[in-house]
Design a protein around this ligand. Structure first.
Ligand code: HEM
Length: 199
């Protein structure tokens, strides 16, 4: 376990080994997003296909979604689930009603585009297994989170990952796999000096 401070807030998180020297691309295009990055509005099968395209399986999907144990999301990424799920002014059927009420308070319709809510209520500063606990209480924030309860094997994993040791172990394995997606080799791309910007 490792503690760090970001923006004056204290975070806890697991620690894992990361291979260094990964070559990254120098060009980012908005047009590359669709079909390559999973959408919060997707169901389990669609998410599975996007992950499979990158060499990741359904188990990786479940455990990596556990990263939503920290941080926040903007109202626009889930407000359709509160106000207009099927286009008839309805809510997502299995969303916990008390949670839906609290989300509606935080994100009125329409909400300010800058408003954010915790993805893992009351535990969003701690990297823990609480995300998997709330999934079982029908409190997954995105459709993609709730989707993890719509597949038999995934439901089993959600239960298993409530063990902190299992979660940290499996998260480590899947993070290593994610770091290996579409590696550039030879003269393609570059090894970044700072991971979030090109050199
Ligand atoms: C099932 C696939 C996933 C979907 C559909 C998804 C979707 C999203 C969305 C919509 C947000 C909120 C963005 C915003 O409103 O600003 C978000 C935030 C976040 N996601 Fe995911 N995500 C997925 C997988 C992952 C994975 C694999 C990780 C890391 C291992 C991750 C880590 C995070 C983190 C840390 C945030 C908070 C970012 C911030 O506050 O700036 N997510 N995700």
């Amino acid at each position: 376990m490792y503690n760090f401070v970001l923006g004056g807030m204290q975070f806890k998180q697991p620690k894992w080994d990361v291979l260094t020297g990964r070559r990254d691309g120098r060009i980012s295009l908005a047009s590359d997003v669709t079909g390559n990055i999973p959408s919060p509005f997707s169901d389990f099968i669609t998410l599975g296909k996007i992950f499979a395209k990158k060499g990741l399986n359904a188990a990786d999907l479940v455990v990596l979604s556990g990263a939503h144990t920290i941080e926040v999301a903007h109202c626009a990424t889930f407000s359709n689930r509160l106000y207009n799920f099927t286009g008839k002014g309805d809510s997502y059927p299995s969303l916990n009603p008390t949670y839906a009420q609290s989300l509606k308070k935080q994100c009125p319709n329409p909400a300010k585009s800058s408003t954010t809510v915790e993805m893992d209520p009351r535990s969003s500063l701690t990297f823990d297994t609480h995300y998997f606990t709330i999934l079982n209480q029908h409190m997954g924030l995105f459709q993609s989170d709730a989707a993890l309860r719509t597949d038999k094997k995934s439901v089993k994993m959600v239960k298993q990952l409530q063990s902190i040791d299992d979660f940290f172990f499996e998260f480590n394995v899947s993070m290593m796999k994610m770091g290996d997606i579409e590696l550039l080799t030879g003269k393609h791309g570059e090894i970044r000096k700072k991971c979030h910007v090109i050199n």
